[in-house]
Ligand binder design. Structure first.
Ligand SMILES: Cc1cc2nc3c(=O)[nH]c(=O)nc-3n(C[C@H](O)[C@H](O)[C@H](O)COP(=O)(O)OP(=O)(O)OC[C@H]3O[C@@H](n4cnc5c(N)ncnc54)[C@H](O)[C@@H]3O)c2cc1C
Ligand SMILES: NC(=O)C1=CN([C@@H]2O[C@H](COP(=O)(O)OP(=O)(O)OC[C@H]3O[C@@H](n4cnc5c(N)ncnc54)[C@H](OP(=O)(O)O)[C@@H]3O)[C@@H](O)[C@H]2O)C=CC1
Ligand SMILES: CC(C)=CCC[C@@H](C)[C@H]1CC[C@H]2C3=C(CC[C@]12C)[C@@]1(C)CC[C@H](O)C[C@@H]1CC3
Length: 507
């Protein structure tokens, strides 16, 4: 294990007992923030004032860009969203040198219950959407599970969830984008209108223009998820069932798996239902006193029995939010203790933004040396090989496995098949590596090499150590470059994607 020596008493407290700051300051502030934003969003949605304000806000973005155009254009452009607020793991240093364009687009604009679509602004969060849509009996087809993820970030980056084996990534459920481009014009794009731009926007990290609204596909929702837990003690058996369920002609609506050791884990298959059946018990996992989801799942592995549970819909969607997958156990070691849960569970979790904002230098160094946060996306056929490699190089458990479909569309995610789509798996590793030979850069580089050689992709909210050439091999830049060439001032205003995600611009 790598140790990082704190330099003074304060740093020692912040590194070794970070929970003190989290409990006394971050949790109460987070709660105030949640209450305020929930009430504010509810009122704005009920008053329907957001659509009227939207055009005015778009004009304000155009005004800011025109002011940049009329200057010497010596700086590039990025959003003014402070880097501590984002879910990307590090702070983006370019925010300090680029011209920051204010995009206060925080509202849901319209829910079309007939055509099953929602039009919303880019700073709308997943929590805000699921809260608004649930009473209408609707849900996004893909709900990336952390409450604070934003529509804009998920479009410009990427989003994935346990329904992605049917619907694909977040980009695949987006029907239309509205953007303000570097020449100050407003464009909309969809499969039919400006298709090149439409297909190039996902994974572009804000390097074509500023997203101002998105139309997203909805699905009818029911009250509960009937979730079936299938424990396995052999990786090959788990992987076979995982592939079979994901690629089935009539798949379950939700599929994910958690691995607790290299050979053992629990596969979960779920479907929406309106009634609680007699074949399983009701489990409201989102209640403040409930045990963290990943430890509940581990119990099913220990009991080694296939069981069914009925989980309220929103509790299921945000099942990994209260424990930030399993990341909170390192920050509040007693966070899952029953006494803590009953007394303080209602304050959980602290906002990721505040954790980022208050992260001391020593914690950053510790995370840099002895903590992995990565999601690697590989074709599902390579699942076992990938787990072997991750075990050898990192050895972090639990591992999150989420199947997803990549459609054969133009854009940065080129799949090597002529079929309509290809099934992939997201392998998410978050935690302290136990592999003896673990060293951040060489180990991550070897994992990246494995992923590239197996026609996979790296999620770019995490640290990437790919060189520019390797990056361009992993992500097809053909359409991306064609569109950048065609848009006036685009190359002057925005760096290429690598310029926003490589390690040297993220501290
Ligand atoms: C403790 C704390 C935690 C935070 N955590 C997060 C976080 O986790 N994630 C995150 O994204 N942000 C976070 N923020 C910051 C927040 O996103 C920004 O302050 C944001 O700009 C404010 O959004 P708001 O909804 O509070 O809007 P407001 O404060 O109401 O408005 C901001 C501006 O936009 C205008 N405006 C707002 N809504 C509309 C509308 N519908 N039509 C027209 N104009 C409008 C207002 O007039 C105002 O000028 C946090 C802030 C604090 C203090
Ligand atoms: N389950 C999942 O799918 C999960 C996904 N993630 C990842 O988290 C990230 C999303 O986090 P979030 O905090 O929401 O987003 P961020 O603020 O981190 O934004 C991500 C990128 O999108 C750009 N962007 C965001 N909004 C706009 C806009 N309106 N116009 C132009 N560009 C924009 C940002 O540009 P700029 O730098 O200029 O601000 C930035 O480069 C994604 O990368 C996603 O892959 C993380 C956890 C879970
Ligand atoms: C499901 C997918 C695709 C990804 C999940 C990723 C999350 C586990 C991470 C996204 C942002 C991460 C951050 C942290 C933990 C792991 C994430 C939530 C911290 C809270 C860890 C503690 C640091 O001090 C701040 C980090 C901010 C980002």
């Amino acid at each position: 294990m790598v140790a990082v020596e704190p330099e003074n008493f304060m740093e020692y407290i912040l590194v070794e007992h970070r929970w003190i700051v989290v409990l006394t300051a971050l949790l109460p502030i987070s709660m105030l923030w949640k209450v305020w934003s929930t009430v504010r969003n509810y009122v704005v949605f009920k008053l329907s004032s957001a659509p009227k304000m939207h055009d005015r806000k778009v004009k304000d973005v155009q005004r800011q860009i025109k002011s940049w155009l009329s200057g010497d254009r010596s700086t590039r452009l990025c959003t003014a969203r402070p880097t501590w607020q984002t879910m990307s793991y590090r702070h983006s240093v370019y925010k300090k040198t680029f011209t920051n364009i204010k995009i206060n687009f925080v509202d849901i604009l319209e829910v079309d219950t007939e055509n099953l679509t929602v039009r919303c602004e880019p700073l709308v969060t997943m929590g805000q959407l699921s809260r608004t849509l649930e009473p209408l009996g609707l849900a996004l087809a893909v709900v990336p599970e952390l409450d604070q993820l934003t529509v804009g970030g998920l479009v410009m980056g990427t989003g994935i969830e346990s329904s992605s084996h049917i619907y694909g990534l977040f980009q695949h459920i987006c029907l239309k984008y509205e953007l303000v481009l570097a020449d100050g014009s407003v464009v909309t794009c969809s499969k039919e209108e400006n298709p090149d731009l439409f297909y190039a926007v996902p994974w572009s990290y804000g390097t074509f223009g500023f997203l101002t609204s998105v139309v997203i596909k909805l699905v009818p929702a029911k009250k509960y998820i009937r979730l079936q837990y299938h424990p396995h003690n052999k990786l090959s058996a788990l992987a076979d069932q995982f592939r079979k369920e994901s690629e089935s002609d009539k798949p379950h609506e939700f599929i994910e798996a958690l691995l607790y050791t290299k050979e053992s884990g629990v596969l979960m298959t779920g479907d929406m239902v309106d009634e609680i059946g007699r074949d399983g018990k009701f489990n409201p996992i989102g209640k403040w006193y409930s045990e963290w989801f990943f430890t509940q799942v581990e119990r099913h592995l220990r009991n080694n029995k296939t069981v069914v549970e009925y989980i309220p819909l929103r509790d299921y969607y945000h099942r990994h939010t209260r424990s930030l997958f399993w990341e909170l156990q390192d920050i509040i070691p007693f966070g899952n203790h029953p006494i803590f849960r009953y007394l303080m569970g209602w304050l959980m979790p602290p906002e990721v933004s505040l954790l980022k904002l208050t992260q001391p230098e020593a914690v950053s160094k510790l995370y840099e040396k002895a903590h992995v946060i990565q999601d690697m996306l590989v074709p599902i056929v390579h699942l076992e090989d990938a787990i072997d490699t991750f075990h050898k190089e990192i050895e972090v458990y639990p591992i999150w496995l989420c199947p997803f479909r990549v459609f054969n569309h133009p854009g940065q995610l080129k799949i090597k098949t002529t079929a309509d789509s290809q099934m992939f798996v997201d392998i998410g590793v978050y935690g302290v590596p136990k592999a003896k030979n673990y060293e951040t850069i060489p180990s991550t580089r070897r994992i990246e090499k494995f992923v590239s050689e197996h026609d996979g992709f790296q999620m770019l909210y995490a640290d990437t150590y790919l060189t520019r050439d390797e990056f361009r091999q992993m992500f097809d830049h053909t359409l991306y470059e064609k569109v950048r060439e065609s848009l006036p001032y685009c190359k002057e205003a925005f760096p290429e994607i690598y310029g926003k995600v490589n390690r040297s611009v993220r501290k």
